[in-house]
Design a protein around this ligand. Structure first.
Ligand code: ATR
Length: 279
């Protein structure tokens, strides 16, 4: 019998996850189905009870439930605890176990661009929200030795640095302005904020006038596929990376946890790019 998987969030109507996972199920020739459920904040606890009662085998969690869902789960894996958020849940014989595949998904997409050199790349993370926590945690754990953070709200960046530095990276917390002035120190710059996301595509999270030509500039945003940050960085000769790879990888890693099978990432990426109008 086919099994049911899903996504809980609010809103979820534009999510690309259902088509990505349902296509992967079809390719495996199994009768499983992935369904997006629009769950308001006040209904989260009831939704999790419903998931247990219906025997839904696994689900993704998105905004605004990634933090609050943790209190309704039976177990949360170590990395998700460090990040402080869960995006993937596995229903193992009635026990709900929470994971975070966002960080690992990002790391896998980044390594395709940087290779093993990543550890030696002096890195600047812009932002200090949930996405920044996931990125910081995995990069610190991977062994990136110099990992700085710039955020509009300084205190949030300082808390992130003190809570997520599991790999003992050398960390500096900077203002956005200071980081912009010192941008030529960085080999890798990662925007984790929503600045530049559609419809505000003319906004920049940081000025690039001091960007090193050999830098890698990465934006977690995938709509548009090339943000103003990436367009300007490309114009200055930098290597760029958008958020499509992270989105596909976090989904593929969740799929592996649910089914034990590695999906075709290339096929998943094609589906996402088609929805984003990238063809
Ligand atoms: P996510 O889970 O996507 O990371 P979040 O937890 O709400 O979302 O975090 C959003 C991040 O983007 C924060 O770092 C936020 O800065 P503050 O900590 O100062 O709020 C940053 N951000 C959002 N809008 C911004 C803007 N217009 N200018 C600068 N930073 C912004």
């Amino acid at each position: 019998m086919g099994k049911l998987f899903g996504l809980i969030g609010h809103p979820v109507s534009h999510s690309m996850s259902p088509s990505m996972h349902n296509d992967a199920f079809r390719n495996l020739d199994v009768d499983h189905h992935y369904q997006a459920f629009d769950v308001k904040e006040e209904d989260l606890e009831a939704a999790i009870s419903g998931i247990r009662a219906l025997g839904i085998k696994g689900f993704n969690v998105t905004i605004p439930h990634k933090v609050n869902v943790m209190k309704f789960l039976d177990e949360v894996e170590e990395e998700a605890k460090l990040i402080g958020a869960v995006n993937t849940v596995v229903n193992k014989d009635g026990k709900l176990i929470g994971y975070n595949t966002d960080g690992e998904g990002y790391l896998q997409s980044l390594l395709k661009v940087t290779g093993q050199e990543l550890q030696q790349m002096k890195t600047l993370i812009i932002g200090a929200g949930g996405a920044a926590r996931a990125v910081f945690t995995v990069l610190s754990k991977y062994g990136v030795s110099e990992l700085d953070i710039a955020n509009r709200t300084n205190e949030k960046a300082a808390i992130l640095a003190s809570e997520c530095n599991c790999g003992q990276a050398d960390v500096e917390v900077l203002s956005i302005e200071e980081a912009g002035e010192r941008l030529n120190e960085y080999d890798l710059i990662i925007n984790t904020t929503s600045v530049g996301m559609s419809p505000h595509t003319d906004h920049l999270p940081i000025h690039l006038k001091n960007l090193k030509k050999a830098a890698v500039v990465s934006d977690l945003i995938y709509n548009p596929l090339k943000t103003k940050l990436l367009l300007e960085a490309e114009g200055k000769g930098a290597t760029i990376l958008n958020g499509v790879g992270m989105f596909v990888e976090q989904g593929a890693l969740a799929f592996e946890k649910w089914t034990g099978v590695a999906p075709d990432r290339h096929e998943m990426e094609n589906i996402v790019l088609k929805q984003l109008g990238g063809f």
